[in-house]
Design a protein around this ligand. Structure first.
Ligand SMILES: Cc1ncc(COP(=O)(O)O)c(C=O)c1O
Length: 375
């Protein structure tokens, strides 16, 4: 099968680029001296995860219990579910934990810790926990400056039904960066906040073994992770238009794209409409802090994936993508039936809308990956 034969819209994964990206971050983890526990939420499929862990200890990070179950079934035995565990899924997590060597759950609330202790006691099991720390992202995690975080760590450590495996953070503010220098600062801050908090815990009688950090922009830029034990970048397997805009990768490294077809040409508006809307690309506003006119992704040639910077995806509805030309619309190059490739702003969200990815090498389809869906 060739790319030309695929029905559109469809998700295409460039295998050469995935292999290159995985090797790039794998080498970085070795150079920085940390264990790599890649996040698999971007692609959610076994094949890509197996490439990511090659040469490493084999641990992965997941964003749903559905992923944890699927990857456990696929042979992964050391899994961190890196979203605070909802109390109504604790019992299910305990059952799943019995099938693997290690299932780490994330907590930052006393109520959740108490619920976990109750479930552990009722089921005669011990639950492995990471305490989440807010290193400036402002989403979840305990405040590393407050005493509450130390008390919660002590509460977990004192429980005979719970194991405090370590502390974990995701400095999500790395996505507000405009360039690599700014991401280097975030990556360094993330390290310092975590090693500082670990030192506070140690002096409060709770030494922790694992210090886990990680985002793709921070990990790509940071120069030194002394004191940190593991990193969890994930987006790098595919990268996307956002990462290219903030300097984490080049457009040539973006491995995930959506193949679309022109379904209407409107020369007076200098626009064409393609069959890739919000349900094929996702509606992530993208790196507007770097380029306010970035639109909903980068338009590229269907074959060869060469960026066409004079075209912008200016609007999306459910099944329509509106592409506007900066100058005259070239009616010969963009007629009904013309195919284009869109590199979405956020590959994690765009990929999650597709129930299969066509895997291509040199424009030839060499495989088909089926991601896990749901929660
Ligand atoms: C807790 C956690 N760890 C790691 C990651 C991976 O970061 P990135 O998507 O920048 O690779 C994420 C991403 O959202 C996350 O939420």
């Amino acid at each position: 099968v060739k790319l030309q034969d695929l029905p559109t819209p469809c998700a295409v994964v460039d295998l050469d680029r995935v292999e290159h990206n995985v090797e790039r971050f794998s080498a970085r983890a070795r150079r920085l001296g940390v264990r790599l526990r890649p996040h698999v939420k971007t692609h959610k499929c076994l094949e890509a995860a197996r490439l990511q862990v090659e040469g490493h200890f084999g641990g992965i990070t997941v964003s749903t219990l559905a992923e944890a179950r699927c990857f456990a079934h696929g042979g992964f035995t050391d899994i961190t579910y890196a979203v605070p565990i909802p109390t109504d899924r604790l019992a299910e997590a305990v059952v799943l934990a019995r099938r693997v060597d290690r299932l780490n759950l994330l907590v930052d609330q006393t109520t959740t810790v108490e619920a976990a202790e109750e479930v552990a006691r009722a089921t005669g099991s011990s639950i492995d926990l990471f305490l989440e720390v807010d290193s400036g992202g402002g989403r979840t995690g305990v405040d590393p400056e407050s005493d509450d975080g130390v008390r919660l760590a002590q509460r977990i450590a004192a429980s005979s039904d719970l194991e405090l495996r370590g502390i974990l953070t995701h400095a999500g503010q790395a996505y507000d960066c405009r360039n690599r220098d700014a991401a280097l600062e975030v990556g360094t801050l993330e390290r310092d906040v975590m090693t500082g908090f670990a030192a506070r815990l140690a002096s409060a009688g709770v030494p922790v073994q694992e210090i886990s950090v990680g985002s793709t922009p921070g990990f790509a830029a940071v120069g030194d992770l002394a004191g940190v034990t593991e990193a969890r970048p994930g987006n790098y397997a595919f990268f996307d238009a956002f990462q290219a805009a903030i300097g984490t990768c080049t457009l040539d490294e973006v491995a995930f794209s959506v193949l679309v077809t022109v379904i209407g040409v409107y020369p007076r508006r200098r626009e064409v409409v393609v069959n890739g809307g919000a349900l094929a690309l996702s509606k992530d506003p993208g790196p507007v802090h770097v380029d306010p006119d970035c639109g909903y992704g980068v338009v590229a040639s269907a074959y060869g994936t060469r960026p066409i910077h004079t075209l912008r995806v200016v609007a999306l509805t459910q099944e329509h993508g509106v592409i506007r030309a900066a100058g005259e619309l070239d009616l010969h190059q963009l007629e009904v039936g013309t195919r284009l490739r869109i590199l979405p702003n956020h590959s994690c969200l765009a990929a999650a809308l597709h129930d299969r990815y066509w895997v291509a090498r040199d424009e030839k389809v060499v495989g088909e990956w089926r991601p896990v869906r749901g929660w």
